[in-house]
Design a binder for this molecule. Structure first.
Ligand SMILES: Nc1ncnc2c1ncn2[C@@H]1O[C@H](COP(=O)(O)OP(=O)(O)OP(=O)(O)O)[C@@H](O)[C@H]1O
Length: 228
């Protein structure tokens, strides 16, 4: 699904955010990206989404060559990826239903399929009865569940999450992680950058640790730190 070969990212000001990174992530994997603040996790994710281009190396995401891609191909790359951020990024003037449906309108899905799909993913995240609420009427955990519903409504091959539990209390974080586990069980690849030691140590999934732009550990059933 994801093949990074010798990928580096040097920002315009000379900051080396990633330094010759090699990673292969296969279908159905659940991968945590861990590392201190500034280690390069968000840059790693931005490259996958083609929000930033690598300065060197090759990168294949979901069968597409991200480095040599035409601008017009970028939306097709992103359609295959569901993205979730720490701060939810919902549209404040749209209801829960509309926020999720919007992701389908963008790809011009037929209306009849849209209604069914939106309610189906709202069931997955347990929010069907809130379909008519606005984001401001929801708790942080509920808003993140809407963001997850929006991310998966077009059946992406890969779900990419940058600190999805960063603003949530421990119990709510686990509710969110249960949803990610269910999505993963259904075959979706999950790549999640996180600072949540408890979650990483408890789940014992693949852990890729980044330090100063380099992968310093890639462990099949790892913990947050070396000791786990
Ligand atoms: N647009 C940019 N221009 C210049 N430097 C940048 C840019 N974005 C990130 N950096 C730098 O690149 C390095 C890696 O940043 P990145 O955001 O990838 O780290 P991170 O591991 O995601 O950190 P955090 O956990 O705090 O989000 C840092 O030194 C950061 O200051």
């Amino acid at each position: 699904m994801i093949h990074m070969r010798d990928v580096s990212k040097v920002y315009e000001n000379g900051t080396v955010a990633l330094d010759h990174v090699q990673v292969d992530i296969g279908k159905g994997e659940f991968v945590f990206i861990v590392g201190a603040s500034g280690a390069g996790k968000s840059t790693f994710i931005k490259l996958l989404l083609r929000e930033e281009l690598p300065s060197g190396g090759s990168l294949i995401v979901n069968g597409r060559d991200v480095v040599h891609m035409e601008r017009a191909e970028i939306p097709y790359l992103r359609r295959g990826l569901g993205v979730i951020f720490q701060d939810y990024r919902l549209l404040p003037d749209k209801t829960v239903f509309e926020n999720v449906a919007f992701a389908m309108q963008v790809i011009e899905a037929p209306r009849r399929i849209m209604q069914r799909s939106v309610f189906s993913v709202l069931d997955v995240v347990g929010l069907r009865d809130k379909y008519d609420s606005f984001p401001s009427q929801l708790s942080g955990g509920e808003q993140q569940r809407v963001a997850i519903a929006r991310a998966i409504v077009n059946n992406p091959a890969i779900v990419i999450a940058d600190e999805p539990t960063g603003n949530l209390d421990p119990d709510t974080s686990w509710d969110i992680m249960d949803i990610f586990q269910r999505i993963n069980k259904a075959g979706t690849t999950i790549v999640m950058a996180t600072h949540d030691r408890n979650i990483v140590d408890t789940m014992k999934r693949r852990v890729i640790a980044i330090e100063d732009g380099r992968i310093v550990r890639d462990q099949a059933r790892g913990g947050y730190g070396y000791e786990a």
